[in-house]
Design a protein around this ligand. Structure first.
Ligand SMILES: NC(=O)c1ccc[n+]([C@@H]2O[C@H](COP(=O)([O-])OP(=O)(O)OC[C@H]3O[C@@H](n4cnc5c(N)ncnc54)[C@H](O)[C@@H]3O)[C@@H](O)[C@H]2O)c1
Length: 430
């Protein structure tokens, strides 16, 4: 069994000066989850919650008590001097605006993935991070996961030889997995600040489905590419140390969830990574299928190298090595006998020891300890950065290097063309 270092330590007491007061903006499924994880870090306290649907503010007070300040207007949260840090867990079309406003207001930011809804916004978020000196981390927890940490150690130590190809997949099969979230019966223009939900998106009359199932619409979400490819790209970039691909080609379609959504539910992408300091050139295939026939969600990678393969799931890793090729065998048998003898005489001069390669190499497995949770760990890493003032791994540059190519998969799909990306400059080519 392989082992991993650096898992979360047990809770400890924290002095008042070390307390971090947070606010959550967007208190839906992930905002509530992120808040819970954040509060599991010693010294982190919830001061405020912001959401544009009143029901979620009521729920915040039900769970955390009336002392938590609640508001529909994020500016009231950012204006408060008693808040050090914010979690941004709104729909994607608000990520860049809120991240920049929060950093400008002097808050550290944990922003859910994808960092931006549009490639054109990436540089502005990076600039805000640099200009304000705030700590900024994107919420793709696979970058902190012990599984991907172990994969990184193995790939970078050459355990599978030279990387040649990566496959990654995420398969789901349920309505919830396909973003058909529940719509509360009290949703109405009275309980929802519809204009603030729309933000910079096109104006349109209130429609509850577009708020509660926002992922299904390009106006607010980023489709499977921004929602799910981005997790896979974040994991890949962490494992390989890559800055990103150079070419992106995607295809797919709306194969099952024909419920009015304007994004595909099946998507394939192929990405070409050029040679970089931390890795050779390799090719990656990415797949998301929201109606896949599998009984449970499957998320994984196969890192293929010249000497072996690492296969990961959300919570485990398997390293398998193929024995090196055995002696000439098969193909020389087709030569005349005298030619075979001469071939073997020359071969023995080069490899005198003969075939000593094992017929089979036992696979190695790794799994984090039971109870380990990469999401909680990702929050612990964030608040560690808030305290140390050292940039976390998944800062705005890392976040954009994952989000940029993921969003270009959408461009490739909708415009039916290959997209080109400069992973160093983080710009679209051509
Ligand atoms: N890291 C992960 O594994 C993971 C998992 C799920 C979701 N996410 C990300 O979290 C974010 C939220 O996703 P979700 O599933 O929680 O969606 P959700 O719809 O459940 O929650 C979003 C919340 O934001 C609120 N909101 C919308 N506009 C707002 C605004 N202008 N100001 C304040 N609140 C606003 C909505 O009312 C809603 O309560 C997305 O960016 C998503 O990609 C990440």
């Amino acid at each position: 069994m392989l082992t991993a270092a650096g898992l979360a330590g047990a809770g400890q007491s924290v002095s008042p000066s070390d307390r971090i007061r947070i606010a959550t903006i967007g208190f839906g499924g992930m905002g509530m989850g992120d808040t819970k994880y954040a509060l599991s870090v010693p010294g982190v306290e919830l001061a405020a919650v912001c959401d544009i649907y009143d029901g979620r503010l009521t729920r915040a007070r039900e769970v955390y008590g009336d002392r938590v300040f609640t508001t529909r207007d994020y500016r009231e949260v950012l204006a408060r001097k008693d808040i050090d840090s914010v979690i941004i867990a709104t729909p994607d079309h608000w990520h860049a605006t809120l991240s920049i406003a929060a950093m400008e207001a002097g808050k550290d930011v944990y922003c859910e993935k994808p960092m931006v809804q549009s490639v054109v916004d990436g540089k502005a978020v990076i600039a805000a991070q640099e200009r304000t000196g705030r700590i900024f981390q994107v919420g793709s927890q696979y970058v902190t996961s012990a599984v991907y940490q172990k994969a990184r150690e193995l790939v970078q130590a050459g355990a599978i030889g030279r990387l040649t190809m990566v496959e990654a997949w995420l398969d789901r099969n349920t309505a919830l997995g396909a973003w058909q979230y529940s719509i509360p019966p009290d949703a109405s223009p009275a309980t929802v600040d519809w204009d603030r939900f729309l933000g910079n998106a096109p104006r349109r009359p209130f429609e509850a489905i577009r708020l509660f199932r926002w992922r299904n619409y390009q106006d607010y979400g980023t489709g499977v590419a921004g929602d799910l490819f981005v997790h896979l790209l974040s994991g890949l970039h962490h494992v390989t140390g890559s800055r990103g691909p150079e070419r992106i080609l995607a295809t797919g379609g709306l194969r099952y969830w024909d419920d009015g959504r304007d994004v595909p539910d099946v998507m394939f992408a192929m990405l070409d990574y050029g040679k970089q300091a931390s890795h050779p050139a390799f090719t990656m295939s990415l797949r998301v299928n929201l109606k896949s026939g599998v009984p449970d969600e499957r998320f994984g990678f196969r890192f293929m190298g010249t000497d072996g393969v690492i296969t990961t799931s959300m919570s485990s890793l398997l390293l398998e090595k193929a024995p090196p090729e055995r002696e000439p065998g098969y193909s020389i048998d087709t030569f005349p006998k005298a030619v075979q003898e001469e071939f073997l005489r020359q071969y023995r001069q080069k490899y005198p020891a003969g075939d000593q390669t094992p017929a089979k190499i036992e696979p190695e497995r790794f799994a984090p300890p039971s109870g380990y949770d990469a999401h909680r760990e990702h929050h612990r890493v964030f608040y560690q950065a808030v305290r140390s003032r050292k940039k976390p791994v998944e800062d705005a540059v890392f976040g954009f290097r994952a989000a940029g190519p993921a969003l270009l998969a959408n461009t490739s799909y909708f415009e039916k063309r290959m997209c080109h990306w400069d992973p160093d400059a983080m710009t679209v080519r051509g």
